[in-house]
Design a protein around this ligand. Structure first.
Ligand code: ITT
Length: 198
């Protein structure tokens, strides 16, 4: 089956391709299909993932997978959440968003910096598919006071993963994919699609 991956985030695309490498499932990058950007107007990860998958399916004529994800920080009542990609403003870089998060948490003690990454993956068979396949993953950790490591992307340098003693950016790709919100969601999605012959 040909499937479009509805994401412009290079870090996500790389991880999803790594996670799929072992399986038969292959995805085609959105940039090969001239998919126009849409505004993420949803109020939840699920809504935004559906909007992105529908947009890609509509413009490519192919089934589509979208990833909506972000970091929820308890001391910030769940912010930045669905606004993680634009926390420091529209078009902000990963570095700017990360700096914004550290600033928002200035003075908050280590034990009060609990947080989690969320990932929702949506698969649509076609743009009007009334029953999307929706899978989710959650990764618990806490926000460091200083960035550590250079692997991964986004908030990884400030996301401490207790079971490893490392930041997510200090983990190799294989370890991150085994533990991460995205790895969990993608394995669930593969298990849902395999019986359907996708
Ligand atoms: P697409 O919509 O094109 O896929 P995007 O970057 O706009 O790309 P989102 O709206 O889902 O995607 O935003 C996700 C945000 O959460 C973004 O700021 C990421 O840096 C962050 N994020 C998601 N998964 C992450 C991970 O595994 N490690 C670090 N940061 C992550």
């Amino acid at each position: 089956t040909r499937i479009v991956l509805a994401s412009n985030n290079a870090g996500k695309v790389r991880e999803i391709n790594q996670l799929l490498a072992a399986s038969g499932l292959q995805v085609e990058p959105q940039r090969d299909h001239a998919i126009p950007e849409i505004e993420e107007t949803g109020l939840t990860f699920v809504e935004n993932a559906i909007l992105k998958a529908r947009n890609a399916a509509r413009h490519s004529g192919l089934p589509a997978i979208a990833d909506d994800s972000g970091i929820e920080v308890d001391a910030l009542q769940g912010a930045p959440g669905i606004r993680s990609a634009r926390y420091a403003g529209a078009g902000a870089s990963d570095a700017e968003n990360l700096a914004q998060l550290l600033q928002a948490l200035a003075g908050v003690a280590p034990e009060a910096r609990s947080a989690r990454f969320q990932c929702v993956l949506v698969y649509l068979r076609h743009a009007e598919d009334p029953t999307p396949v929706i899978c989710q993953g959650t990764w618990e950790g806490r926000v460091l006071e200083t960035p550590r490591g250079t692997n991964g992307f986004g908030y990884d340098p400030v996301f401490f993963v207790p079971e490893t003693g490392c930041s997510a950016a200090e983990l190799d790709a294989e370890t991150k994919n085994r533990l991460s919100h995205r790895g969990q969601a993608l394995r669930l999605l593969q298990a849902r699609l395999a019986p359907a012959g996708v």
